[in-house]
Write a protein that binds this ligand. Structure first.
Ligand SMILES: Nc1ncnc2c1ncn2[C@@H]1O[C@H](COP(=O)(O)OP(=O)(O)OP(=O)(O)O)[C@@H](O)[C@H]1O
Ligand SMILES: [Mg+2]
Length: 170
């Protein structure tokens, strides 16, 4: 039987437990999952692409069928290069739906052979986004349980390096 490979693209700046929840679900239904970090110079990121790949690689170590890669340009070109049949995207709330629906249909036009599969996270992660994690951390709120412990440490290190001050400041 043919193996089914899926791409899970995103910016992962940084990895959250919401991303990992989705990766775990995707790893159960696809033979192989490639988590693909978008190298997008237009979107200003807190962590470099190299750091983001490092964080994800650490976080997905336990999954035998998950790998991490980077891409730039069109996601569909990357998916073709990888010979993937599916793209995984997460839907948290109705607010994600509109954008995701539009992207999925545009991608279908660009690559009709590629199927977009939407997945929902566990309810406890349904409000988690990288943007909100960075904001709450910056303002001194606790993000424990919402990102892997190593990400909290990286955020703290980054805060110290950036401003020479303690926790909570980026
Ligand atoms: N908590 C979550 N539950 C389900 N899907 C998620 C979650 N967080 C992100 N995703 C999905 O993962 C994919 C990649 O998302 P992305 O890297 O933009 O993360 P993000 O948390 O939305 O970051 P940002 O806040 O910077 O947009 C998208 O399909 C997004 O909907
Ligand atoms: Mg997003």
């Amino acid at each position: 039987m043919q193996k089914v490979k899926a791409i899970y693209p995103g910016s992962f700046d940084p990895t959250t437990n919401g991303h990992l929840d989705l990766i775990a679900r995707a790893a159960r239904i696809f033979d192989h999952v490639v988590v693909a970090v978008l190298n997008n110079s237009q979107k200003s990121a807190l962590f470099s692409v190299t750091e983001r790949v490092e964080m994800l690689t650490e976080a997905v170590q336990a999954f035998e069928n998950v790998s991490v890669a980077t891409f730039d340009g069109l996601m569909v070109d990357f998916a073709r290069q990888q010979q993937a049949q599916a793209v995984v995207r997460g839907i948290r709330a109705i607010s994600d739906y509109e954008y995701e629906f539009q992207m999925a249909l545009m991608n279908r036009r660009l690559a009709p052979e590629l199927e977009t599969v939407f997945m929902m996270p566990a309810e406890k992660y349904s409000y988690v986004s990288s943007r909100l994690i960075k904001e709450v951390f910056r303002l001194g709120g606790s993000i424990e349980g919402l990102v892997p412990p190593s990400i909290v440490l990286r955020l703290r290190e980054r805060a110290k390096r950036n401003l020479g001050v303690s926790d909570g400041e980026i």
